[in-house]
Ligand binder design. Structure first.
Ligand code: MN
Length: 240
């Protein structure tokens, strides 16, 4: 049986008062998970109780990309360049991460997801790379979603190296926030050449892997990126 993988999603309110909130998730996440042998279940933001229940009922949790994280969750006021925030999604995903780690449920955290993961476990973020990181390269590419626009160096002794290889790996980039102080119990598995954190992992024997890029957009053009989903789904299947 295919392991059940919960995928978090965004919500958007229409400008028209007559329309209610909608949940949205790019198809690429479902496509990559399905190709890797997983069964995707989309998770709308719920309360803390639902986060605990879902984290133990599901075989894996995928935190998808989306809006900026509210900096109050790491004790800061908003930087002028902070973008849109979704308070309900923040609360739900932070609770979901803590519950999943408590339950031993594998986590794959992508883009916003790596940031949520880091903050949930006590780390901090750069709220805006261009104004807070000296000498930063371009992390918001003007190129197709699948295109690998910058290099990261993957740490040899990491789970990530077992998926995409150690050393230089080309990735896409659609972010202006990034992990700043890494949460206790986690280590950096990849960095870009400007020092920005592009990957973190649990230092414990749990599959808790975060990447700052969007591997789900790259699986057709860069088959190694599908290995990230394959490794995650294999962990979820083992748990099932
Ligand atoms: Mn980047």
């Amino acid at each position: 049986m295919r392991p059940l993988v919960g995928v978090t999603c965004s919500s958007s309110s229409s400008n028209e008062a007559s329309e209610s909130k909608r949940y949205t998730l790019p198809h690429d996440y479902v496509y990559a998970l399905t190709r890797a042998g997983g069964e995707a279940v989309i998770l709308p933001a719920g309360d803390g109780e639902s986060a605990i229940r879902l984290a133990s009922a599901l075989d894996g949790i995928l935190l998808s990309g989306g809006a900026d994280l509210d900096p109050r969750h790491f004790g800061e006021d908003p930087h002028p360049r902070l973008g849109h925030i979704d308070p309900e999604r923040d609360e739900f995903e932070l609770a979901l991460v803590r519950a999943a780690i408590q339950a031993g449920t594998p986590i794959l955290a992508i883009c916003r997801g790596i940031q949520v993961l880091n903050v949930a476990m006590g780390g901090t973020l750069y709220q805006d790379i261009p104004s807070q990181v000296n000498g930063a390269i371009k992390h918001r590419q003007d190129a197709p979603r699948y295109h690998a626009s910058h290099k990261v160096v993957v740490e040899r002794h990491s789970k990530l190296a077992g998926m995409v290889g150690a050393g230089d790996v080309l990735v896409n980039s659609f972010h202006h926030q990034a992990v700043r102080e890494v949460a206790p119990g986690f280590f950096v598995s990849a960095r870009s050449t400007d020092g920005v954190v592009e990957g973190i992992e649990s230092a414990h024997d749990l599959f808790v892997v975060g990447v700052q890029w969007h591997p789900e957009c790259m699986t057709d053009q860069y088959p190694a990126m599908l290995e990230i989903f394959a490794a995650f789904v294999a962990e979820a299947a083992a748990r099932r």
